[in-house]
Design a protein around this ligand. Structure first.
Ligand code: DHB
Ligand code: FE
Length: 313
């Protein structure tokens, strides 16, 4: 059985990618950002996931304003980096996992989440920057350390999905992964945010208090975050702060109680507050601990419930 072992939240500021591509990581401004991900890269090297699901948003690279899928799952064998105006980033083509992705599409759609299936898609900084932050700089002619399934979420054109919808989609993705027969250890990324606004009179807005409370609740009380309406993200975290709903897909795919193993926050990178968190499920990889046997009475009740469900089914 495949299982989700951990979730990673990370900002995806495009200038971070440009700093990496143009050899500026040692400049003090950028070193402050990159040094916050050194421990995470070690964690990733130790964890060695078999597959990563990366929840991100497309910034009018793969989809123009003509077609705006709310949730688009990449089921292709590969996803080339998009040309965002300066040529494609010099990163390897992202190899997908079509078998697991199709399985997720089937399970999640039958669970009544209407995903768009993408059999051809280019991926932009929303996806490749967090991948670099966690996997490190990788030569264009080399390869990313594991297959990646992209899940693009519309947070660019109103109306984006609600935080609650995202949280529930995360739960459906977890169920899908856990019904996949191969023993794969899967990590899921939630990307974007944290607070930022890149145009209009409030351009440059950053709200560190909001961001830190968001990270605290992401760890300990995600149900509370799932109730936050769009307007609060806009008001408190800026117009592009709405990207943070994508972190709730990642969180929904994890256990209710998780271990926060790492957190990093710095302000700013370009116009944005950079946030990063790693949350592990208690039973990450390895053997599933044996369940305690329920008491005889409870078993009887469970058997009775199963019978009722069969009758109803
Ligand atoms: C910036 C941040 C983003 O998330 C993005 O998609 C584009 C630009 C920025 O801070 O410059
Ligand atoms: Fe963005």
């Amino acid at each position: 059985m495949a299982k989700i072992i951990a979730g990673i939240g990370s900002s995806h500021v495009p200038a971070i990618g440009a700093a990496l591509d143009n050899g500026k990581t040692e400049e003090p401004y950028w070193k402050r950002v990159f040094s916050g991900f050194e421990k995470s890269q070690q964690w990733m090297r130790d964890t060695k996931p078999d597959v990563a699901i990366v929840v991100y948003n497309d910034h009018a690279s793969a989809f123009s304003v003509e077609i705006i899928p709310t949730f688009a799952l990449g089921c292709a064998a590969e996803f080339p980096p998009a040309d965002e105006g300066w040529g494609p980033r010099p990163v390897p083509v992202v190899k997908g996992h079509p078998a697991l992705a199709s399985h997720i599409a089937q399970s999640v759609i039958l669970d009544e989440f209407d995903l768009t299936i993408c059999n051809k898609m280019e991926v932009d900084h929303g996806m490749t920057v967090p991948m670099n932050l966690l996997f490190g700089k990788i030569d264009k002619d080399s390869h990313w350390p594991c297959p990646v399934i992209p899940l693009a979420v519309n947070v660019v054109m109103y109306p984006p999905p609600t935080g609650h919808r995202c949280y529930m989609l995360g739960k459906a993705i977890r169920k899908a992964v856990e019904s996949y027969p191969d023993d794969l250890r899967v990590v899921i990324f939630g990307t974007g945010g944290l607070s930022h606004q890149i145009s209009g009179p409030r351009a440059g807005l950053i709200n560190s208090k909001w961001d830190k409370t968001f990270l605290d609740n992401l760890s300990k009380n995600p149900q509370k975050l799932a109730k936050i309406p769009h307007v609060d993200y806009m008001r408190e975290a800026g117009a592009e702060g709405i990207e943070m709903v994508m972190w709730l897909i990642m969180r929904g795919a994890l256990d209710d109680k998780v271990d926060e193993v790492y957190r990093f926050y710095t302000v700013p990178a370009s116009n944005t507050a950079v946030g990063h968190i790693i949350l592990e499920n208690h039973r990450r990889g390895g053997k599933t601990p044996a369940r305690r046997k329920p008491a005889a009475g409870k078993l009887k009740h469970a058997a009775a419930r199963a019978k009722i469900q069969r009758v109803r089914g």
